[in-house]
Design a protein. Structure first.
Length: 671
């Protein structure tokens, strides 16, 4: 039975948390009601300095159904792309007809004949709560908003100037209904619902419902999810029971199994005490989160008198659980290869745990402690180090300026009709889930033009910069101000090595290299958490090939002499061996052909591997291709037709993609 959590009277236990102060410059979206104490206490505003999106992560909300078309949820609703809407055919052969927007497992008299026939017993494809004929009691209780609140806490669209924001600004919310508007009934359909979520791609499942009856089918479904790498988060329930004595389900479904197949969540008050209503019990409670006076999205239907879309004042463990589910999704988005064990370990090792308590009493109330998402995502960033999270690449064919590419998460090619002729270099960056492209192109003998496009290649801004030849371009937050900057480097004989511009085209600073150079290859270390992106350059003068990194203050550090290759090629910076430290990856030639060469952060030569027996020039990029927590090396020939190849740092080829006929040399972009 679902226990409604709104306006529950509270009393307090003596054990409490000491909450650390938050960072001074937290990243906050522009939504009007984004501020609430629960978010502050779990460190969410500070966590958003590191990550805000889990765009490819699917979170199943198994509940009373949520408002699929709520204006602050609609952008983040999961859609079954393998199903054709309303054709009355099970296109994806998953056993559910027309389940484009999830599934309603509640048996209902859909055709209005007064009977629930065999077909109606299976449910239907509309999990959105029906509010056309609400009783006065239903309007008062508002149970029909329960799932919408849960969904909003996990993934209300962030930074869209309406309502609030979920833990994830972008995420995919799968809508699954197992209980009707009254909140009463059994969880007989929960096993089917869990398996539906798993089989249709859920990464995380939130279950803010509790039953006092053990069901072997529920236990089996929970294990089914765990074995397939799906995280299940469950609310403790609001009966003030000790679950060690009076167990509830599904929260206690993994007791005695030897694995943490379901994460149990109790609730704390704004005063950092366990709520009076929250069930407790260390056998089933793993972690705690705020569960009093919570604000979120609610069922919105002006035609049925439901004219409010967002409200506060709700209490219950039902609203603590989705904070944990949202946290799991955010971390899953940061490292897609991690499953329940890895993410569970991170969340538990980063909790706020008050020292000096009776640990038995503490564990009964709070499990390991209070969710602290700021600590968790910082731990992930520090653990992963300076890698480039990426999912696709583009290539630009120098022959005709054609574009093509490959998305390895979708395992499919990508193409664009945009023709980019005579481009000298390009770059890309992501902002709040959106992709932007930048190009630099020779304009005349004294200038080049920088142009910014959106992900549909629609021009957003363009400006001219002085240059006497071709320029290379990179983009990153080198100023540490939370905004990206454009970094340009010359490919001709001069003395300046790089210039930094803001996105409005205003020059910020430059670096002049004493003694000049014959052209500069530019590498940009990706921003790690709240730190700055860092610049490194590869250049040649006086017959010597040199690599120079720059620090946070944009001052030069120790210069390295490069001897393994004789000619300047491309430069990329990242963590290719997974040690949490940066490596410098160079392309270039020696007497045996073209090579990729790797140096460590101290300038020590590590290894090299051959790219070609010829002396072709190669474009070089880094990206975590196989989600193993380290960068792979992408190469593409600049001077002749060929293939994009993906290599490990040891020189093992993982992937090869041939460009379409007529593309000529390839300019590569990984993002």
């Amino acid at each position: 039975m679902i226990v409604r959590g709104k306006k529950i009277l509270l009393s307090f236990l003596l054990v409490f948390f000491l909450i650390a102060p938050s960072l001074a410059f937290a990243r906050v979206p522009n939504d009007p009601y984004v501020k609430q104490w629960a978010y502050e206490d779990i460190g969410l505003y500070d966590a958003w300095n590191y990550a805000v999106n889990s765009k490819n992560v699917v979170v199943a909300v198994i509940d009373v159904g949520f408002d699929t078309f709520h204006p602050d949820l609609i952008d983040n609703v999961w859609k079954n792309e393998d199903e054709i809407a309303n054709n009355k055919i099970d296109d994806d052969n998953n056993g559910y007809i027309d389940d484009v927007w999830g599934w309603n497992f509640v048996a209902e008299d859909v055709n209005g004949d007064g009977l629930v026939d065999t077909t109606e017993q299976l449910g239907n494809n509309n999990p959105r709560p029906n509010v056309t004929k609400l009783s006065a009691n239903e309007k008062e209780e508002e149970i029909f908003s329960h799932g919408t609140m849960v969904a909003g806490l996990i993934g209300a669209r962030g930074d869209n100037q309406r309502d609030g924001a979920g833990v994830n600004w972008r995420v995919k919310l799968m809508n699954i209904k197992v209980i009707d508007n009254t909140g009463a009934g059994t969880l007989n359909e929960l096993p089917r619902a869990i398996r539906y979520a798993v089989d249709n791609g859920a990464d995380v499942i939130n279950i803010s419902m509790v039953s006092g009856t053990q069901d072997n089918a529920i236990d089996s479904a929970i294990q089914y999810a765990y074995k397939r790498g799906v995280i299940v988060v469950a609310a403790a329930g609001n009966n003030s029971n000790n679950l060690n004595i009076v167990p509830a389900y599904p929260i206690c479904a993994d007791v005695g199994s030897g694995v943490e197949a379901v994460w149990g969540v109790s609730a704390v008050t704004e005063e950092h005490r366990v709520t009076r209503f929250s069930n407790i019990g260390s056998d089933c409670i793993d972690i705690t989160a705020p569960g009093q006076n919570i604000s979120s999205t609610i069922r919105y239907s002006p035609t049925n008198g439901l004219k409010t879309s967002y409200i506060g004042g709700w209490s219950g463990t039902s609203f603590a659980a989705p904070l944990v589910a949202g946290a799991a999704a955010l971390i899953k988005g940061m490292h897609p290869a991690w499953g329940p064990d890895e993410i569970f370990d991170i969340l538990l090792r980063t909790v706020q745990h008050t020292p000096g308590q009776d640990e038995v009493v503490y564990a009964n109330l709070f499990g390991a402690g209070l969710l602290r998402l700021d600590r968790a995502v910082k731990y992930v960033v520090d653990k992963l180090g300076p890698i480039h999270w990426a999912s696709r690449f583009w290539v630009l064919g120098f022959g005709k300026g054609n574009l093509s590419g490959f998305d390895w998460e979708e395992n499919s090619g990508i193409q664009a009709n945009k023709i980019l002729v005579n481009i000298d270099d390009w770059a890309a960056y992501k902002s709040d889930g959106e992709i932007f492209f930048l190009t630099v192109k020779r304009e005349n003998s004294a200038a080049s033009r920088v142009t910014i496009y959106n992900e549909n290649w629609k021009k957003k801004k363009s400006w001219s910069v002085p240059s006497e030849g071709k320029l290379n371009i990179a983009v990153g937050d080198v100023a540490g101000d939370g905004e990206v900057e454009v970094v340009l480097s010359p490919q001709y004989l001069t003395d300046w090595a790089w210039r930094i511009y803001d996105l409005a085209g205003k020059k910020q600073t430059e670096y002049v290299l004493s003694g000049g150079h014959h052209g500069v290859s530019l590498g940009l270390l990706p921003k790690v958490g709240a730190k700055k992106a860092k610049i490194a350059i590869l250049y040649q003068n006086n017959g010597n090939l040199k690599l120079m990194p720059f620090g946070d203050d944009l001052k030069e550090e120790i210069e390295f002499k490069i001897t393994v290759i004789q000619s300047r090629g491309d430069l990329a910076v990242g963590d290719v061996d997974g040690d949490g430290q940066i490596e410098y990856v160079l392309s270039g030639n020696n007497n045996g052909g073209s090579y990729a060469v790797i140096y460590n952060s101290a300038g020590k030569y590590k290894r090299k591997f051959k790219l070609s027996d010829s002396f072709d020039a190669f474009d070089l990029r880094l990206g975590d291709y196989n989600k193993d927590g380290k960068d792979e090396i992408f190469t593409a020939p600049l001077s002749a037709a060929g293939s994009v190849r993906v290599w490990t740092y040891r020189g093992k080829k993982l992937f090869e993609w041939s460009a379409p006929v007529g593309f000529g040399g390839l300019k590569l972009l990984v993002f």
